[in-house]
Write a protein that binds this ligand. Structure first.
Ligand SMILES: [Zn+2]
Length: 241
């Protein structure tokens, strides 16, 4: 293989390595976005649940109120009945017993009336609280929706950028010989994406092992693909470094 081609391929490998590093870095930065969106949405969901709970509590108080009102209606009917019977009782004892029952029903109605008052107060409090929560929810939802939209837009832009880089990487790969590319990919996978490193100063910048002078000369001449004898990374010499 002519040495000029090797130098070109080495340059292509370095470019490919840079692009792959960039892709990894960008992908890492996007990892947080779906989590952010989920966090925003779950916060909103909690506020919604709180409103629903308030609503449920209000409904249960409403049914309690109806049952109290029914109790009063029932007792009123009984009262009417007893008051009619008062006119027909024959003895004083019967009369006194009837009056006692009427008094007791009236007292119970007063107590129930008191309970209704408290339930209505509580319902009013819940209505106010729910209205406040709904207003707050509406504002929060608008803010959250905007935030989610922003995050999705960001993710979309980043994904486009990644696609662009991947397509550049693909173009580069097509220009590199399959054998060299396969060595590069293997080392890259094993060495955290760093397969090509500087050899300036006679030291492998990947594992900091000294390179034998004979090998270093070969790298400096720049005509061949040389791997570090210690870490297998492909070494190159940068005249500008
Ligand atoms: Zn090395």
């Amino acid at each position: 293989m002519p040495s000029k081609d090797q130098a070109v391929e080495l340059e292509l490998l370095i470019k490919l390595q840079d692009i792959q590093a960039k892709i990894r870095e960008i992908e890492k930065s996007t990892n947080a976005i779906p989590q952010n969106i989920e966090l925003i949405q779950s916060g909103l969901e909690r506020s919604k649940e709180e409103i629903e709970q308030t609503q449920k509590l209000h409904q249960s108080l409403e049914s309690q109120l109806r049952s109290y009102e029914n109790e009063i209606v029932d007792r009123d009917e009984k009262l009417k009945q007893y008051q009619g019977q008062l006119l027909t009782v024959k003895t004083n004892i019967e009369y006194a017993a009837m009056l006692k029952q009427i008094d007791s029903l009236k007292r119970m109605n007063e107590e129930t009336g008191e309970q209704i008052f408290h339930v209505e107060e509580e319902m009013e409090r819940l209505r106010e609280s729910r209205a406040e929560k709904e207003t707050a929810y509406k504002i929060t939802k608008e803010e959250c929706d905007a935030k989610v939209k922003e995050q999705r837009k960001e993710l979309d832009e980043i994904q486009k950028e990644i696609e662009k880089l991947k397509s550049q990487a693909k173009t580069l790969r097509a220009k590199i010989s399959p054998r060299l590319l396969s060595i590069f990919e293997r080392i890259s996978r094993a060495r955290d994406g760093i397969a090509v490193v500087l050899a300036n100063g006679g030291i492998c910048q990947g594992c900091y092992t000294s390179i034998r002078p004979q090998v270093f000369d070969e790298i400096r001449r720049g005509g061949s693909i040389v791997q570090c004898e210690s870490c297998s990374r492909i070494l190159f010499y940068d005249v500008n470094s």
